[in-house]
Design a protein around this ligand. Structure first.
Ligand code: ACM
Ligand code: ZN
Length: 787
């Protein structure tokens, strides 16, 4: 009964809003993810019912293929039927769905589509097979979620969809998801389900990480030991990944599995039917312990080796680059890989090669001499270039992780930027294609929510909202360079993921957020709107038996200066739409009776905020706590004379004056400067008497974070000439165990000033005793407090 009233009310509202043709309904009538480029809702509905037939215009293979798969999902009265004169003339046919392709050569036009829905007809047209497939995905998303229920969808349901016009095409040509099947083996059926998910959200690439230290997973007929030995390891699944002992003498290797070449052909064909390209990854020169266990003669030392049952780090044993038989072997492997995968690209890994063996190997050293290579990085570059030459001779293109930049890029290589966006920026500037997959946004093996409520993960924190905020094209690139960014990819490494259910939990819905990042126009991105549409997807994923995560139940706190009132306010948000947030400002734990958050809260004095999500009067998840200071610089403009890093950007430009103090958890509320100083100027807008300025820093050598060498404070009335310049030097040893927080301060006799400059000198690079010796280190600051 309640539903009826709501429907009635909705139709009245809808009629009111459309009959006068004044306003579109404020709520999206269509909950499509990824959001299409343009949607125009028109009056009226189309009903998919007992009389609806499926028509195709032409006999193009892609057209027929798509029509047949659609007719397997939805029951039509007839079809697919080829459009002809008789049908055109027929008065009896009053409801139909029509598919057509007008071939285009531009790849984005081949992936684009148009849908027009009128009262008696749905037409889906595209410039190519993939676009038609994506048009059908959109059409299916326009139908009720029950279209994903295998029982319901096979009956005639008189499903209604609003009349509309949709025009759509992808933003990026490369839209990928990766899966590591080496650290844990995943059955063929799951690989197909993963491909289903990729294609449902209009992604087009599956990057299949088939080989690593923990198992070789693809049959190679020329080298049978790769799977006889390399696919199996001693079963230590009952122990944590980092605590698994190496195999003892005589222990049987029983954990593992591999895909036969027939399996591969079956999966490639399946992916092809859904317009998903599979890029196989064969790791070299490192992450190859499983291959070396089978063929130890390909290493620098000759072995023996074992397939790693758990963490293998540092991964010192790698392919010998001085040995020609290594290249003969790899070319033999690739010669079997190439015909199995129609993809233009082959991924050769290239990441994390620990080169200590190369340094002491006579063959590697002699190769360096004969090829005139200055160091081991150049030897790696030689290795990759040699493999690229082979791939190009077979009409394939090479992709590698961003380490392939070191020692010089292979001439036509595409770079997959994972350690951040810097590798991608550098490659694009050199005119190389780039796929963005920076770990802070695209690693779905990282935590997605409070670790105390989540299954053990490798670390990190990549919330759904963070994935959704990702911008694949860095602003550092000019328009010409930006064209080298092909797109982005989500990566699912599986050290801590051993079952399909867990893999789904980690990948979904973060991959859905990423699908919108790579498909939809940049300006269409809107978190609140996305989060509402996602709830509709959750219903579908339920029917499809996908073990998705509901995301974080954490309350996020952001403070800002309300320009109208001049007061600081705290905005509380979460990933859960419509949830109830309760909070206190006095340090007490909120309860079911505490104040409910409705709008940004005034923070008029120093406060200790605690907030949580409440369901049925009970706290769900953990409380968020923030110590908020109010001072003379609160919310004021900060100019950055040297940039902070996007990786630890906290609350952006306002972080240093947002009042929110960091804790010993480096992942939140700290602004990070990588390798460079923190040099900032705060503009108080009016001359203000200054008594004290202090700034707090974090020190945590394990995280490569060090206190600054010194901090210099100065004041100015005009922002040009500075006075009262005072330097404070750091007196804490760099070896001091972290995390610790230290305050650097400067006092004044009520000196009036409008501008305050704070310049903290970064140590620059990690010290020689540190594991990061010579690499850029971090400087972390949370707040500059002015009294
Ligand atoms: C990687 O995560 N080692 C590419
Ligand atoms: Zn060697």
């Amino acid at each position: 009964m309640r539903n009826k009233i709501i429907i009635l009310l909705f139709s009245i509202l809808y009629t009111l809003s459309t009959s006068g043709a004044t306003k579109e309904p404020t709520k999206p009538a269509l909950n499509i993810i990824p959001k299409p480029e343009s949607v125009r809702i028109l009056p009226g509905n189309f009903t998919l019912g007992e009389g609806t037939i499926l028509l195709i215009t032409g006999v193009d293979t892609d057209l027929v293929k798509n029509a047949i798969s659609l007719s397997r999902i939805i029951r039509f009265a007839r079809g697919p039927v080829i459009m002809n004169e008789e049908i055109k003339e027929s008065k009896a046919i009053t409801s139909f769905v029509e598919l057509s392709i007008t071939p285009k050569t531009d790849p984005l036009a081949r992936e684009g589509y148009k849908i027009k829905v009128t009262k008696n007809k749905v037409t889906i047209t595209s410039g190519g097979g993939p676009g038609l497939f994506y048009g059908i995905q959109t059409f299916l998303q326009m139908l009720p979620s029950e279209v994903c229920d295998p029982v319901t969808r096979s009956t005639f349901n008189n499903w209604k969809i609003p009349c509309c016009e949709i025009k759509d095409k992808p933003r990026y040509p490369y839209r990928g998801m990766h899966l590591d099947v080496s650290r844990h083996f995943f059955p063929k059926e799951f690989i197909k389900k993963y491909i289903d998910l990729i294609s449902m959200y209009k992604m087009n690439t599956f990057h299949w990480h088939l080989t690593d230290d923990h198992g070789w997973r693809i049959e190679i007929k020329k080298y049978p030991k790769l799977t006889e030995i390399g696919a199996w390891r001693v079963d230590r699944e009952n122990l944590p990944w980092m605590e698994r002992p190496v195999p003892g003498p005589g222990e049987k290797a029983t954990y593992g599995g591999f895909y036969t070449q027939d399996d591969i052909r079956e999966i490639v064909a399946y992916a092809n039917s859904k317009y998903v390209t599979i890029i196989p990854e064969i790791e070299m020169p490192a992450h190859c312990l499983a291959a070396l266990a089978a063929y130890p003669e390909l290493s620098c030392t000759g072995g023996p080796f074992y397939v790693a049952p758990g963490s293998y780090w540092p991964n010192v044993d790698i392919f010998c680059a001085g040995n020609d038989s290594t290249f003969a072997f790899l070319e033999g492997v690739l010669a079997e890989i190439i015909p199995l995968f129609p993809s233009r690209y082959i991924h050769i890994g290239g990441d994390e090669a620990e080169k200590s063996r190369w340094k002491t190997c006579p063959k590697c050293q002699s190769r360096m001499k004969s090829e005139g290579l200055k160091n081991e990085k150049e030897l790696q570059s030689y290795f990759i270039k040699r493999i690229e030459k082979f791939l190009i001779s077979k009409n394939k293109k090479l992709i590698g992780w961003d380490e392939i930049l070191e020692g010089g890029l292979a001439p036509e290589a595409t770079v997959m930027s994972w350690r951040g966006i810097e590798g991608g920026i550098s490659a694009a500037r050199q005119g190389h294609n780039v796929i963005m997959t920076p770990s802070p946004y695209c690693y779905f093996d990282f935590y997605q929510s409070d670790p105390s409520f989540e299954p053990k993960a490798i670390g990190g924190m990549t919330t759904l909202k963070k994935v959704y905020s990702f911008e694949p094209t860095p602003h550092e690139l000019n328009p010409t360079q930006a064209r080298f960014i092909l797109g982005a990819q989500g990566n699912l490494w599986t050290e801590y993921i051993s079952t399909p259910e867990h893999a789904e939990y980690m990948a979904v819905p973060r991959m859905i957020a990423l699908s919108e990042v790579v498909w939809s126009p940049k300006k269409a991105r809107n978190w609140d709107d996305f989060r509402e549409r996602l709830d509709v997807q959750f219903a579908r994923l339920g029917y499809l038996n996908v073990n998705y995560s509901k995301g974080s139940f954490r309350v996020d706190v952001k403070t800002y200066l309300d320009k109208a009132t001049g007061t600081m306010k705290a905005r509380l948000t979460s990933e859960q739409p419509g949830c109830q947030i309760r909070y206190t400002l006095d340090g007490n734990d909120p309860t079911g009776d505490s104040r409910v958050y409705e709008k940004p809260v005034d923070i008029l004095k120093n406060s200790y905020l605690k907030a949580g999500i409440f369901v049925d009067g009970k706290l769900r998840g953990k409380l968020t706590e923030r110590n908020i200071l109010i001072h003379k610089a609160s919310g004021k403009k900060v100019s950055y004379l040297q940039p902070y890093s996007y990786r630890y950007a906290a609350n952006g430009d306002v972080t240093l004056v947002d009042g929110i103090r960091g804790t010993t958890d480096h992942r939140q509320d700290w602004l990070g400067f990588l390798g460079n100083d923190m040099d900032v100027v705060i503009d108080l807008k009016t001359p203000t008497p200054i008594k004290t300025v202090f700034v707090t820093f974090l020190h945590d050598p394990d995280k490569w974070i060090f206190f600054p060498d010194s901090v210099t404070f100065s004041l100015s009335s005009n922002g040009k000439q500075y006075h009262s310049v005072n330097e404070q030097r750091n007196d804490v040893s760099q070896k001091e165990k972290g995390p610790v927080i230290k305050l650097f301060s400067q006092t004044y006799p009520d000196t009036p000033a409008r501008y305050i400059r704070v310049h903290a000198k970064n140590v620059g690079t990690c010290p020689s005793w540190h594991e990061g010796n010579g690499e850029p280190c971090w400087l972390f600051a949370d707040e500059i407090v002015v009294y």
